[in-house]
Ligand binder design. Structure first.
Ligand code: GLC
Length: 715
């Protein structure tokens, strides 16, 4: 609902001022030298300073004092004193950096995503940020795409839960609460399905898949009250999302009732020309304003052609007024008209940035994001003994992932963290590994000399993986194996005949099948942020019993992609028999290397007495989980369903619930899930979200491939 102040402003504003509010450029255009531009091509944009003085927002410029000055300078020249909006990509960290979102999702603990984003909001709000371009909620099934690191993973239910938690973490209960920032869900819609995993590519999505798998997480953000929605770079159904009325008006505004602001991705409105949807900027401005995109980021077609379009009767001024209204309403909700600095405060910056409390929480969350993939009973490390450490990642001091614009240093290296635990550590082959920007680290032939240092160690830890710069935006790969030299190092280390622990640092599931037989234990460390090393040391030494579960499948080989758990049965399902005319590959089984929901701990659990029964008119699925070991375990009990037949084909299983329980040594607990019709709904052929009676497989298990099942008729 607009306010008198806003309506009065709109009445007074010239069309140039309205179009200025609808445009966002980098801070360079205000003459600042130290802005951050890492998110796209910065082309010369043909505008003059008079236009710059009217622009409504900027992005990725930080610092309480700097932003206060920028706001002061801007307001001094502003005719109507409409404050600027300061936005930024503080996605999973600013000064205290948390695990990448894909890793956060592996904790299967939405509270972690909430707490991480709440701290990110506090730290960046103190530095003058009003809104973050997060959470990214694109469903992903293709690890060739570098941006899987930013996503909550391959499952719609988990994505939706993590997205909601992130929105609530950033925005709090009210934006009037200190240390909150507005959130912007992205990228609407379907960007994670980029053809061939190649960034900025088009997507081939059926309307059914879009609704059933890709839209739910964005809707969760809208339902959680997200203030902004960002377009995506991809074309869908032949229309770039930034010009896609069906997405932004029919679905987002009309069906979901979104009342906030929409923004294009970086230059995406100009890219409607490059994509070939429109002839020129004039056409781009018309198409995208009509599609409902309120703010044009990093291109200037709105300010160049908006007035001409209206004067020539090609565009309704009402659309410009509504976009301006949406933007001004957000500024008013953020309190900027009353306090244009909002929560910017240099003293708060000093107090909050990487404070002990934040670092402590970051380490706790990082520990829960680590996934133990293999363990031949050599972890956790024995109390004493000498540890040999090799490989590039045992010595690097930054494992942040590709989207950190604030601080990019870990508290300490992995080598330091293990030594701090009291172990005698000998390192080898950690330096001189080729430049970071040469892609995966490379090693040269002097390795032989180096490796001799480790001959008398009790255990070897090798830290390998991909460069942080090789993940994130613009970082698609056709080869997702470890580098040849890293695999060579692992095979060579194994010749020392010591227990070998591989720690994988990556922003995506890598193709690690070649090293699995060689390693006695494998830990997926993702990029865990500031407290990465301490968290890993806690897991390796048993201070924390690993509890992470994969939010995205690991393929056996890149040739399998897309491989994900919630697939369809096909008419010729592969049953393991050696038959020809069935849905299979001749050279690889259909299963992933590690499935969605998978992860080990240092203990062992048993699921017994699984049953589905009606209790007081409610259908209850229950199981008893027994801890068969003497160590405390955090177990993620997972509920899956299958709708055996329906008026559209349904996947062989879908996650519909999970419960994290803590079991002390030899303890057992009953875990119950209510089976509701709501969780059994799906998008029918007419895209109505419906329940259809019939037979359902109810499954409970420790991961998507290890479940017990009961079939029930539900009407
Ligand atoms: C980038 C990304 C988007 C980011 C935006 C602003 O190109 O696609 O996720 O928020 O530009 O930096």
């Amino acid at each position: 609902m607009s306010s008198e102040r806003i309506e009065a402003l709109i009445t007074k504003m010239t069309i140039e001022e309205k179009l200025g509010q609808m445009t966002q450029l980098s801070p360079f255009f205000w003459g600042v030298e130290d802005g951050v531009d890492i998110t796209g091509p910065l082309e010369a944009l043909s505008i003059d300073n008079s236009v710059v003085s009217r622009l409504g927002s900027t992005l990725n410029y930080f610092g309480a004092d700097k932003l206060k000055k920028l706001q002061d300078d801007y307001l001094e020249k502003s005719r109507l004193k409409i404050p600027m909006l300061f936005m930024a990509d503080v996605i999973y960290g600013y000064k205290t950096v948390f695990p990448i979102p894909l890793a956060l999702s592996c904790s299967f603990n939405p509270q972690n995503y909430h707490d991480a984003t709440q701290i990110v909001a506090k730290e960046s709000a103190a530095s003058g940020i009003h809104l973050t371009f997060a959470p990214m909620s694109d469903l992903v099934r293709d690890p060739r795409w570098g941006r899987v690191m930013e996503s909550p993973g391959e499952d719609p239910y988990l994505n939706a839960m993590m997205t909601e938690a992130a929105v609530r973490g950033f925005q709090g209960d009210s934006l009037n609460d200190k240390g909150t920032i507005a959130a912007c869900v992205k990228h609407f819609a379907g960007y994670g399905a980029s053809q061939g995993g190649r960034d900025y590519n088009w997507v081939e999505l059926s309307k059914h898949s879009l609704w059933q798998y890709y839209l739910p997480s964005y809707k969760a953000a809208v339902d959680a009250g997200v203030k902004m929605v960002m377009t995506a770079f991809n074309v869908i159904d032949g229309i770039p999302t930034s010009a896609n009325k069906s997405l932004f008006r029919d679905i987002l505004r009309d069906k979901w009732g979104f009342k906030g602001v929409t923004i294009s991705d970086y230059g995406a409105i100009d890219e409607t020309v490059i994509n070939g949807l429109v002839k020129d900027g004039y056409g781009a401005a018309k198409a995208c304003i009509e599609a409902g995109i309120d703010i044009e980021m990093m291109s200037t077609h709105y300010v160049q052609y908006g007035k001409k379009l209206v004067e020539e009767g090609r565009l309704s001024i009402d659309l410009i007024n509504q976009a301006t209204r949406n933007i001004l309403m957000l500024k008013e909700e953020l309190g900027l008209f009353d306090n244009p600095y909002r929560y910017a405060d240099a003293k708060e910056e000093q107090k909050l940035h990487k404070c002990k409390e934040h670092l402590k929480r970051a380490r706790e969350i990082a520990r829960e994001s680590i996934v133990l993939l293999k363990n031949n009973q050599i972890l956790p490390l024995e109390e004493n003994g000498s540890i040999g450490m090799a490989g590039p990642f045992v010595a690097v001091d930054s494992t942040m992932g590709g989207w950190v614009l604030g601080d990019d240093k870990n508290s300490f290296t992995l080598e330091e963290a293990i030594r701090e635990k009291g172990f005698d550590v000998i390192t080898s082959v950690t330096k001189g590994l080729g430049a970071m920007q040469d892609g995966c680290f490379d090693i040269e032939d002097w390795v032989e000399e180096e490796i001799k240092k480790l001959e008398h160690c009790d255990v070897i830890i090798v830290g390998v993986g991909e460069n942080a710069q090789d993940t994130g935006e613009g970082a698609s790969k056709t080869n997702i194996r470890l580098s040849y030299n890293q695999e060579k190092l692992i095979y060579r280390l194994k010749q020392l005949n010591k227990p070998l622990i591989a720690i994988i640092f990556s922003g995506r599931p890598l193709e690690i099948k070649p090293i699995v037989p060689v390693c006695d234990a494998i830990i997926e460390a993702w990029f865990l942020g500031t407290e990465s090393s301490g968290a890993l040391a806690d897991v390796i030494t048993g201070v924390y019993n690993p509890s992470g579960r994969l939010a995205m499948s690991f393929p056996q080989t890149v040739g399998q992609i897309p491989v994900h758990y919630n697939c369809y049965n096909t008419g010729r399902p592969y049953s393991g028999k050696d038959e020809r005319y069935i849905s299979r590959y001749l050279d690889c089984s259909n299963e992933p290397l590690y499935p969605f929901g998978y992860g080990l701990s240092y203990g062992e659990t048993e699921y017994t007495e699984f049953k589905v029964e009606t209790v007081k008119n409610k259908m209850i699925a229950s199981v008893i989980v027994i801890n068969k070991s003497n160590v405390e375990i955090k177990e993620t009990v997972q509920l899956y369903i299958r709708d055996v037949y329906a008026t559209v084909v349904r996947p062989i299983k879908e996650l519909k619930g999970f419960r994290q329980i803590v079991l002390k040594g030899y303890e057992k607990q009953r875990v119950e899930f209510e089976i509701t019709k709501e969780m059994l709904k799906f998008y029918r052929y007419d895209y109505e979200y419906v329940f259809e009676e019939g037979e359902f497989d109810i499954m409970i298990g420790k991961n998507s491939a290890d479940t017990q099942m009961v079939r029930k008729y539900i009407s």
